[in-house]
Design a protein around this ligand. Structure first.
Ligand SMILES: O=C(O)c1ccccc1NCC(=O)[C@H](O)[C@H](O)COP(=O)(O)O
Length: 256
């Protein structure tokens, strides 16, 4: 499934590129105001930080919420105390788009993450041109040389890579990259199986000074508390926010 998701996102990017060539998008990316400092926004603090996700659907859970106005949901996330907003821009299975990201960027003043299956430079430029401050890189999806190149490009454009791992070996690869923001995803993106204990097993591999994010299947305050005890600085939450009152849920999560 991960390979299909990456191939689909790359194919869709190639289609967009026919209409908006690389040089055009690059010029737009370079003309944007500077990206917001996501490392500052997500820096360890007294309480858990939350990256709140705009998520309509997913391969593992099907349709979750219609979200006709992603900008309005993102504004609620900011009002509720989120430190950053994640926008799923993958179109085929998550029903997202770059237009969602652009709308969210205009509505909030906290950092915005492009959450997609990123495999080439054009997608990174698109992210910056749309106003993203962070870009997701999934270790399992890419050979190390590709990760290094995309990590450097994201940083070179002033954005922050969120490097996502799902095993001790992938965390080691993220650390080797020099990632300053590492996410440990409880969801295996191939089988969709959830392992909420994984974060606790690998957290010590992440060096001091690197921000640790626990991702996926954070469904209640007890999950947030468990991740906090295991050393998470932030959680990335989708389903629980789009299927419940986002402000009340965020208020509870950010009190941990
Ligand atoms: O969510 C999925 O089913 C999924 C399947 C395959 C690849 C990625 C997938 N999700 C992306 C994410 O990482 C989550 O959207 C994010 O961590 C939030 O998860 P949740 O709070 O469980 O909605």
């Amino acid at each position: 499934m991960l390979e299909q998701l990456l191939a689909g996102s790359l194919e869709d990017a190639r289609t967009r590129r026919q209409l908006r060539p690389y040089a055009v998008v690059e010029a737009e990316a370079l003309a944007r105001p500077a990206a917001l400092d996501a490392l500052e926004a997500l820096a360890p603090a007294e309480h858990m930080k939350v990256i709140a996700e705009v998520k309509r659907a997913s391969p593992s859970r099907g349709d979750l919420a219609e979200i006709p106005e992603p900008h309005a949901l993102a504004a609620q996330y900011e009002a509720g105390g989120a430190s950053a907003v994640s926008v799923l821009t993958e179109e085929r299975k998550f029903k997202g788009s770059l237009a969602d990201l652009e709308a969210v960027r205009k509505a909030v003043s906290i950092p915005v993450l492009r959450k997609d299956f990123i495999g080439d430079e054009y997608q990174v430029l698109e992210a910056r041109a749309a106003g993203a401050d962070l870009v997701l890189l999934i270790v399992a999806a890419l050979p190390q040389a590709r990760l290094v190149a995309l990590h450097e490009l994201i940083r070179g454009l002033g954005m922050t890579p969120l490097v996502e791992a799902h095993s001790a070996e992938e965390v080691a690869r993220a650390v080797d990259l020099g990632a300053q923001l590492i996410g440990v995803n409880a969801r295996d993106l191939r089988s969709f199986e959830l392992d909420r204990e994984l974060f606790g097993r690998v957290a010590d591999q992440i060096p001091a000074g690197v921000i640790r994010v626990a991702e996926s299947a954070v469904l209640d305050v007890a999950d947030v508390e468990r991740y906090r005890e295991a050393g998470a600085d932030a959680v990335l939450v989708g389903e629980a926010l789009v299927t419940n009152d986002p402000i009340a849920t965020l208020s509870a999560y950010t009190s941990v």
